[in-house]
Design a protein around this ligand. Sequence first.
Ligand SMILES: [Zn+2]
Ligand SMILES: [Zn+2]
Length: 440
Amino acid sequence: MRIRALAIPATILAAGLCWLGLQAAVYPSTPLEKRVKALADQLAPDLIDIRRDIHAHPELGLQETRTSAIVADYFRKLGLEVRTGYAKTGVLGILKGGKPGPVVAMRGDMDALPITEETDLPFASREKATVDGRETGLMHACGHDIHTTLLLGVAAVLSAVKADLPGTVVFVAQPAEECCGGANLMIADGAFKDIVPAAFFAYHVDDTLKAGKIGYASGFMSANVDGFTLEIKSAGCHGASPWSCVDPIVVGAQIVTALQVLVSREFNVHNNTVITVGSFHSGSAPNIIPKSAKLQATVRNYGDDQRRILQEKITRLVTNICEAAGAEFDLGYEFGTLSVYNDPALVGRALTVAERILGSKTALVEQKPEMGGEDFSYFGKIAPAVMFNLGVVPPDRETTAVHSPTFVADEAAIPIGVNLMANIILDHQMKPAGSKTVAK
Ligand SMILES: [Zn+2]
Ligand SMILES: [Zn+2]
């Protein structure tokens, strides 16, 4: 078939592009866009106050009672239906829009870390707790105070425009992301038993990007966080007669080395895999072959299939090396946090919105998947999900490291994040995936 080029008058072309939403119109242009932006800006001072209050009073996972009460109270004042008690401190705020549409969810995590804050911020945390018998400071060093604040801000903005909002938005304040699998615990407690979102959205602060930039990965974004403990056993004997017993240190050393060969020789280089033996304890004196060697390892990769293959290969390797040496052993393999998978279709849709809101493609930074863990992944088992990284590096710094006692965030990111997520959710609700409302 031949395709003939048609001369289309510029006015018709512009009107058509406008209808498609593709024209480079000045943002904000629609009345709703203008309202959402104005609301995000107006709310910013209050949201920053809330963020500073939460920052000054950090709480560890499953102990976020103060933060949880702030969230529930804020949701109630907005007129949301509030459900509490999931995973002890988890809260749902349910906003029903004025038009029919799907259910969508936004998640913000609330927990802090056992780190003593070393910033000179006027709202720096002075809170302390005893963890594993040792006194430590507490700090929102992973930005979860900002995630919680963004959740409240988006809830406030969308509540104010709810007459124009199709469907239902579930705001999920999640406990215990850092320590105890809060996402899974909320699901197990029935948080989504009778209200099942069609999509989940979330932010994490990004310690490499400035405010106004968004980082994203399409597909896998974080790794499975698996691992194992291994004890290699021996009868023990004199170091001068090593033929009298199994030497668990030598067997352990062979295993450590063989694990690295396993990664480099048995896994496709494109399937990112890390095995780190981070702990190896054995022995008490130079002339004694000890009765055991204890190893601990973290194992990182992506997806359900890869983690099962790794478990099989590591079990085979440990079993065969120990048997070759005549050593008895105990291997405890654990599947931990699941890798986050960002649904490519959701990412693509949201990036179109983000480019418009943030003003330029250069504000969108494609990132490599990380080998760290994030339990937002479990919401992705319920429905397609996407987590964006929100730039928070202050203007006077190059980076700001999360999980560091000197972590600081640029609060200018708060109204930006609120405005963007409110628009992403509105876009999702107005044109649900698979709908035929987009002009062809
Ligand atoms: Zn963290
Ligand atoms: Zn975090």
